[in-house]
Ligand binder design. Sequence first.
Ligand code: XMP
Length: 310
Amino acid sequence: MDYQAWVEKKIAEIRLAVGDATALNALSGGVDSSVVTVLGHRALGERLKTVFIDNALMREGEPERVVSMFAQMEIPVDRIDSRKAFLDALAGLTDPEEKRCAITDTFYRTVFGDLVRSSGAKYLLHGTILTDIEETVAGIKRQHNILAQMGIDPREEYGYHILEPLADLRKDGVREVARVLGLPAALSERIPFPGPALATRIVGEVTTERLDTVRAATTIVEEELADSGAFQYMAVLLTDKATGIRDGRREFGEIIVVRCIHSVDAREATAVELPWDLLHRLCERITSIPGVNRCLYDLTPKPPATIEYV
Ligand code: XMP
């Protein structure tokens, strides 16, 4: 595929669709939304308003890091603090689909609805990729970002149009486009990170305390596995607990799972054979997080597992 030609075609399509109106897009800092942001800015310039929605589910330092990376590319990004709205919507929910729905609804209806109304934007640019669409249509998972494919009319339900310029690409194609667009390697080669963020890595209820635990484990996993060459790696917090010993006393503690996988396009995945000493180091660091006394390594391929846990 000629990605340069693809880029030019998409920029023209975005310009044509939006016309003289204004558009809005949410940047999470993942490669998909980063590519959409740059494509959108090339197409629309200042008529595209880019926001970073702080949903409380982000990794350590993520909001600051993303805003500053785009500032270096001279793309202004507004940080919107929506932490309370998301945490309130997730309170008490344990079912994976209910959690995903709560995030979808908070994102589109509450946060985005308000932003669209206040900004006057009629278009929303979204980084949905082909794999999201296929898996949702196949009933494997309700991805948070593809309302149209779920039979929801976003114009009717939410009051605006959604453009999905990446809907014909898989992750490997998106990375090619990122390189063509000249995005820094820190963005184009970034491991995938899902829209619902750390909520996909917390089995059971999402609370501030449980987010802190999985966030601390995520920082460790990302530091230790940065050079692994893997497609994706993550830390997951389970609802089960296990008995352990800390400071000579019995402790009923949390269990963190580490997952590190090879994949080309996220449709299939296999666990990476990590060196034993690296696994030991991960285990030692993760079990030093307060309240965590077990660390497991997940060997399950996709299928039968999915990559995320929720
Ligand atoms: P699963 O867990 O379905 O993940 O095997 C496949 C790939 O998609 C990412 N993922 C998501 N990305 N919104 C996203 O933008 C989502 O709701 C979502 N769920 C999963 C996941 O990280 C993996 O790379």
